[in-house]
Write a protein that binds this ligand. Structure first.
Ligand code: V47
Length: 444
């Protein structure tokens, strides 16, 4: 790895206690009134030494939305292959076919993992992998059907949250559907096929930072932001909920992160407008869950009232971004190993800013695997309302050189949330409350 000197051009001024920066007053007023923050506001939030003021504000907005509830889920992450045609500089996950440690799971081992997930009470399988040139298109819908069959037999409503936008475009290519001039038709075809086979939602990975400079320097052969957005917007049109990520703290600049958030905010505007929402976009509440999964065009009222019952507005209706997940860059083992990665304070600040700028996203997740459970507790106090789940296996980043077995228990998740001062609530993928009765569970 190149041992180039590390520069930290955006090194923070030391944090000071809250209330020290008068520039935050106007931003505070806007954020608490549910108004949209500007790029300039975002830069002020990044530059102010009053980081605790930023966190307190994000916490206030988060409490308007979710009160003192914080979510976790019981899930299982599954990486079906690490063989990847791409070689992104920030990634230590990918291998080339034949490399030591390269693997591809067959459908039988995926079936085994599904059974284990269901036995452990999981409500979600989170499935992503590399762009393998060796797997045929048929593998993917068959994977969905295999999981669905096992889950149906067990009477489980397991949500299959699978495939980043990058994989969806890859699948359209291997299915020979990704053709100019209408490449969106290929994306739509793939998503429809997968949805029919059992796909329940899309994770937020692969977004990185929506900036051509960063793209060309770190992940040149990956899809660009326009294609990533196409996949999510088409998924929304098909009634699938999706998440979004931002991978920060490598060669990106803070301004580029804010532009990324602005692009996501606009994409969410489109999704919500299509769903016919009206009112204050900074709160998401709906009395009861509609029985149908079809897209319902009746207006959705978003209101700040009743935050103690924060059932997200369109959860069962589908077709919007649920969650932003800020992902701090892990240098270890990647081609960018000479970089530091973001500091703890930069992580807190970026998460708090995501909460404030993405005012039309219902949820902000502090993914504990990448943040540590201890750090996720701080993040709950700085704008996050979700820490993800039990995970079990995770191969994309391995904190402190751990193995892929990165499991935590429900009790650990609940304890972490309680210690941070919140009431733990188990959710399913669509943020519906999960009720358990012995080994069975249902959503309400
Ligand atoms: O797409 C890759 C990122 C993502 C590194 O939707 C890295 O609920 C840090 O998207 N350092 C996968 N990040 C993870 C992801 C995710 C995780 C949890 C929940 C959800 C959700 C989504 O991890 C990749 C890529 O952007 N990544 N390498 C790295 N060295």
């Amino acid at each position: 790895m190149p041992a180039s000197p590390v520069t930290t051009p955006e090194f923070d001024a030391p944090a000071r206690s809250s209330g020290t920066d008068p520039r935050l007053d106007a931003i505070r007023a806007k954020a608490l009134a549910g108004e949209r923050l500007s790029l300039g506001d975002g830069m002020t939030l990044y530059e102010t030494p009053d980081i605790w003021g930023v966190c307190e504000l994000a916490d206030a907005v988060r409490r308007q939305l979710h009160g003192d509830i914080a979510y976790y889920n019981i899930n299982r992450h599954l990486n079906y292959t690490n063989v990847c045609a791409l070689s992104c500089k920030f990634c230590e996950f990918y291998r080339k076919q034949g490399d030591e440690g390269a693997y591809t799971h067959d459908l039988e081992s995926i079936a085994t993992e599904t059974r284990k997930a269901i036995e452990s009470g999981a409500t979600e399988m989170h499935i992503v992998g590399g762009l393998s040139p060796y797997l045929p298109w048929s593998y993917y819908p068959e994977m969905m059907r295999t999981i669905r069959r096992i889950s149906d037999v067990a009477g489980s409503e397991l949500n299959i949250k699978a495939f980043t936008a990058v994989e969806i475009v890859h699948l359209a290519k291997i299915a020979k559907k990704y053709k100019k001039p209408d490449r969106q038709a290929g994306i739509r075809w793939v998503l429809q096929e997968l949805k029919e086979a059992g796909l329940g939602s899309l994770p937020g990975g692969g977004a990185e930072v929506f900036d051509d400079r960063v793209h060309d320097e770190t992940h040149k052969s990956k899809i660009r932001s326009d294609e990533w957005l196409d996949v999510h917007l088409i998924a929304h049109e098909l009634g699938l909920n999706t998440n979004a990520t931002i991978l920060y703290g490598h060669i990106d600049q803070r301004r580029e992160r804010l532009v990324h958030m602005e692009i996501l905010r606009r994409a969410q505007d489109r999704a919500l407008a299509r769903l016919g929402y009206e009112g204050d976009p900074s709160a998401f509440r709906e009395p009861g869950i509609p029985a149908t999964e079809d897209i319902d065009t009746s207006p959705i009222t978003l209101t700040r009232e009743g935050v103690e019952q924060p059932t997200p507005a369109m959860s069962a209706r589908g077709g919007y971004f649920q969650t932003i997940i800020p992902l701090p860059f892990f240098p270890d083992g990647s081609e960018l190993e000479h970089l530091y990665g973001p500091s703890g304070l930069e992580n807190l600040r970026t998460l708090a800013i995501a909460r404030l700028v993405l005012y039309n996203f219902p949820h902000v997740k502090a993914f504990w695997i990448m943040q540590t459970l201890a750090m996720a507790q701080h993040m709950l106090q700085c704008g996050a309302d979700d820490i993800d789940g039990t995970v079990v296996w995770y191969d994309i980043t391995k904190l402190g050189g751990t193995t892929t077995h990165q499991e935590t228990t429900v009790l650990d998740l609940q304890r972490a949330i309680r210690e941070a001062g919140f009431e733990p609530v188990e959710r399913d993928t669509l943020y519906r409350r999960v009720e358990r009765d012995g080994e069975s569970w249902r959503v309400r």
